[in-house]
Design a protein around this ligand. Structure first.
Ligand SMILES: C[S@@+](CC[C@H](N)C(=O)[O-])C[C@H]1O[C@@H](n2cnc3c(N)ncnc32)[C@H](O)[C@@H]1O
Length: 200
């Protein structure tokens, strides 16, 4: 089965967890990853690799002595990626991004230099979004960077609670066009879920 068909079938079965009908474009991949300094990054995390469009490019840019922890929740995506990659720098985990701190520790990795997210935050339940953003802020080094894309700026109100400095960029050449968010200065004293804005 092609990656495009696998992606579409998985979307039909799990629309809120996938959030898109096709994988991201190479333009969006480049725009988002250009926000990471791969010359210094030694521990990189990717959430929601799907069919691996970001994973391919992260591995292409990643230093030989660096590690990439990829966390994918869907069985079919995990199984496809697991069969595809044979790279000693890649640690592929079948699980949830909400467990990033535990997964980094279990694999002997310290705090991350960068986290790359393909998660559809807008359609995730509030408590999952809170757990992932809070866990990400704590999982990053103080100078670490979180990069993510979304199809709207809705998520800005949420990520501002976890990152003190955020820049955005718009990529037209993606279906649909997307915003990239480059988030610095993680705030580790995370708010309670009740204090977070509700979904709308
Ligand atoms: C919009 S797709 C992005 C796929 C790929 N990164 C891309 O850009 O083409 C969202 C991905 O997040 C995964 N996902 C959703 N919730 C997740 C979670 N809690 N933990 C890890 N992966 C999750 C989905 O299975 C899917 O692979």
């Amino acid at each position: 089965m092609s990656d495009a068909l696998l992606f579409f079938r998985t979307f039909l079965a799990n629309p809120f967890a996938i959030g898109s009908v096709i994988p991201s474009s190479k333009h969006l991949v480049a725009d988002l990853l250009d926000g990471i300094d791969f010359t210094t990054a030694r521990t990189v995390v990717e959430y929601g690799p799907g069919t691996g469009v970001f994973t391919d490019e992260i591995l292409r840019r990643l230093a030989p002595d660096a590690k990439l922890l990829c966390i994918e929740i869907m069985d079919d995506f995990y199984n496809t990626l697991s069969a595809r990659y044979d790279d000693p720098r890649l640690v592929l985990v079948h699980g949830s991004a909400a467990d990033v701190e535990r997964l980094l520790a279990e694999h002997g990795l310290g705090q991350a230099d960068a986290v790359v997210s393909g998660l559809p935050f807008t359609s995730l339940p509030e408590e999952v979004r809170h757990a992932i953003l809070g866990g990400t802020a704590r999982a990053l080094k103080p100078e670490g960077r979180f990069v993510m894309y979304q199809y709207s700026q809705f998520v800005m109100g949420h990520i501002k609670k976890y990152f003190a400095a955020i820049q955005t960029r718009f990529t037209m050449l993606n279906v649909p066009p997307a915003f990239s968010f480059y988030c610095d200065a993680p705030i580790v004293s995370a708010p309670t879920p009740e204090a977070s804005p509700s979904r709308s």
